[in-house]
Design a protein around this ligand. Structure first.
Ligand SMILES: *Cc1c(COP(=O)(O)O)cnc(C)c1O
Length: 371
């Protein structure tokens, strides 16, 4: 089955095979695997030894994002959040429920957030300490620009937290170039093509040290994750880790490096997205985003305005042809979404486009799809 969703993604067989073992997390054979992962993801994040630390947390992306918010933002403090998609909306809920205040910059999910928008709000409200931004908005497929927004945040003397969960490993970002960034957040199961199960932050050590007591939660305290590493070593966890997923992730990092790292992964995903975007256009469908705003991670497509159209039926028809996509959409208008990430080649993407055409034909939608 060709899994085309924005995480968990299709994985290489070697990644899956690495899971087939029983592991004691404190064992001296396993500790270096985990410590090595921490060093390697710090390098992918453009982090510097002694200045940045990899602080992981068991679980999904929302957990590590909540941990970063609780750790770096004091209780009750204001967080500016550009709202241009479903994942930014989720982040807003998460910030509020963690007892921090959201200052929203309203947007739409068909346009990136601009640095000017962010800068203007920061200028008006000196009480905002942090900007939390979503790098790639997984709802629509749009890419926001942490380079430009980071410059605006730095110029205003504020701090940034970057949710790069669906971008990290494919879209460029370097912590060394962004001293305003407290932490970049990502997971094992998206563009790094590992199994789901662990979230990562690569964080500035000086900011971690200044954050003691903020979290109001033992589980979600990255300061405590750091303190634990200092006490017991970088190969040690506070609580039971997903050891198999970590062992698989080490292999996924090998494959990422062997492919040529972030630039090569971006090139493959961008070609996957181009094949898909052109392919659905050729079928008479309408992509949700203008081409200039289309990112390399997912392509969203307007649902055809045709009486025979039904999303679940379409998903079932595609699945019968070996392609699995999401059966829901996260956009302001109804769409279907197809992931471009994971261990997937452009040739396989051409096959997926053909399957989309066949599925529409089987549904009797194909002739009238130019909605
Ligand atoms: C996937 C994702 C998350 C985290 O999702 P989980 O389901 O909690 O792993 C957060 N932000 C973005 C932008 C994402 O794409």
């Amino acid at each position: 089955m060709l899994l085309l969703i924005p995480g968990p993604v299709r994985t290489h067989p070697d990644v899956r095979a690495a899971m087939a073992a029983d592991i004691a997390p404190w064992d001296n054979d396993f500790r270096p695997v985990y410590a090595g992962i921490r060093e390697r993801v710090r390098a992918v994040a453009g982090g510097v030894e002694g200045e940045h630390a990899t602080l992981p947390l068991q679980g999904c992306g929302h957990f590590i994002l909540e941990a970063a918010v609780r750790t770096f933002v004091r209780p009750g403090a204001k967080v500016l959040l550009p709202l241009n998609g479903a994942y930014a909306e989720r982040a807003a809920r998460l910030v509020r429920e963690a007892g921090r205040e959201v200052v929203a910059v309203p947007g739409t999910d068909t346009r990136p957030v601009t640095a000017a928008d962010v800068g203007a709000v920061l200028e008006r409200d000196a009480g905002i300490g942090h900007v939390l931004m979503v790098h790639h908005e997984t709802g629509s497929g749009i890419v926001n620009d942490p380079e430009a927004i980071g410059v605006a945040v730095r110029a205003a003397g504020r701090r940034m937290i970057l949710d790069s969960v669906s971008a990290f490993g494919a879209l460029p970002f370097s912590m060394a170039d962004h001293p305003e960034c407290d932490a970049v957040i990502f997971t094992s199961g998206k563009c790094l093509e590992g199994m789901p199960g662990i979230g990562f932050s690569v964080a500035r050590i000086d900011r971690v040290l200044a954050s003691a007591g903020n979290a109001g939660s033992w589980s979600f305290d990255l300061h405590d994750v750091y303190a634990h590493a200092l006490r017991t070593g970088w190969g040690s966890f506070r609580f039971t880790p997903p050891a198999q997923a970590l062992r698989a992730f080490a292999v996924a990092l090998d494959l990422h490096a062997r492919e040529g790292g972030q630039p090569a992964r971006l090139a493959r995903y961008a070609e996957n997205a181009r094949v898909l975007y052109d392919g659905v256009l050729n079928l008479g469908l309408r992509p949700y985003l203008e081409r200039r705003h289309q990112g390399p991670v997912i392509v969203t497509v307007h649902q055809p305005a045709h009486p025979a159209w039904a999303l679940q039926r379409f998903v079932d028809e595609l699945k019968a042809r070996g392609v699995l996509i999401s059966n829901f959409s996260n956009t302001e208008a109804p769409t279907f979404r197809v992931g471009c990430i994971g261990a997937v080649t452009p040739a396989e993407m051409r096959g997926a486009v053909a399957a989309v055409g066949e599925a529409l034909e089987a549904m009797g939608v194909r002739e009238m799809v130019a909605a």
